[in-house]
Write a protein of this length. Sequence first.
Lengths: 367, 69
Amino acid sequence: MDRTKWFVLSVGLIIGAIAVALVKLGNPPNMGFCIACFERDIAGAIGLHRAGVVQYMRPEIIGMVLGALLASLFAGEFKSRGGSATLVRFILGVFMMIGALVFLGCPLRDVLRMAGGDYNAVVAFIGFVFGVGTGVFFLKRGFNLGRAEYSHSQAGGFVLPLIMAFFLFILLKATVFNPDAGGPLFFSAEGPGSMFAPLAFSLGAGLLVGILAQRVRLCLSGGIRDFMLIRDNTLLLGFIGIFVGALLLNIAFGFFKTGFAPQPVAHTMHLWNFLGLYLVGLTATLLGGCPLRQLILSGEGDTDAATVVVGMIVGAAICHNFMFASGAMKVADGVVASSGGPGIYGQIACIVGIVVVAAIGFAFQED
Amino acid sequence: MEKVDVRGLSCPMPVIKTKKLMDKGVRELLVVGTSSVSKENVSKLARTSGYQVTMKEDDKNEWEMELRK
């Protein structure tokens, strides 16, 4: 195994371990990192949706964008670019979030959930692999969203990092505009949004992961895609590293519990776990990267990826406002009281998402 | 020599476009691209496919490489 592969594997191990450490420090169970869940919490924090249990300005997300910005500036890789079917990417971002919230997690959280012993995540993982496989089918047919242009000015690439820096500022400043209703930031009093590691740790973890993920081009859908397309396992090693790193620390901390239920912030509707991450895998492959990769690229000056991030945040608001997001299973006295899962609107949204994204896959065929 | 223009294309398009020509049996290719990620990926693909990689140009915003088998 060459040096690059060892580096990617090591970065994966570190990220997996950091994720579990964040749970130990206060993040929700099996949710040390979850790009989709945390972007959803940010959507709630800025009042885009009113689901009271999932509102927090997650410093991990801010840290990842700023970490990728720093790493790319130092490496001379920061370049403001964009203009490749930007609105279509926004729509794909919305649907990627719908898929993630039907499952209850992004591909990164899927790995972390598997490493916590959650069998539902294994079902979803199979869906994710099929989704990436469908994306690879479109890629082989000549799917292409078109070329991005490099801008004459670097300013555009700083927009999303600056928005993230502003979010950090208002989080630290803690000014309340309206003492009765709250805002500009809203915070959960209970539920996953109320569970978070101390700010310095979550921000530091985000920065470190942002820097590392930028350097090794970590991408969870990319790992499976590259293996399918060109039998290259480099990025897949990052995937395996995250799993092993998280698994070891989960066992050490006593977090590792196998089974379908009870599992934290999860549901047992197998079809929808499968289809939720199927939609994410397909969308991520057409977009050229999973939710984590989009976040990292947006720190490198890629405004198309930044548009996907904004699309995901808006998508999260849509999910909660229109009841697309799955409910988590409820456990009382160690017994599963309700198994959770998506309601009828979430199920329809997921199917519509698959149809629309597949239609985009056919429509953008180049040759 | 066949030319592949992958400028401005995001991952994994540069690799797919290069690989398509390789699969057709093209033994001499000139690949032009922009991002450093695509530079790494295309040269990795070329080496694993048995091509010799010669960087003709390696600027901050554009690169050009010759692949020969």
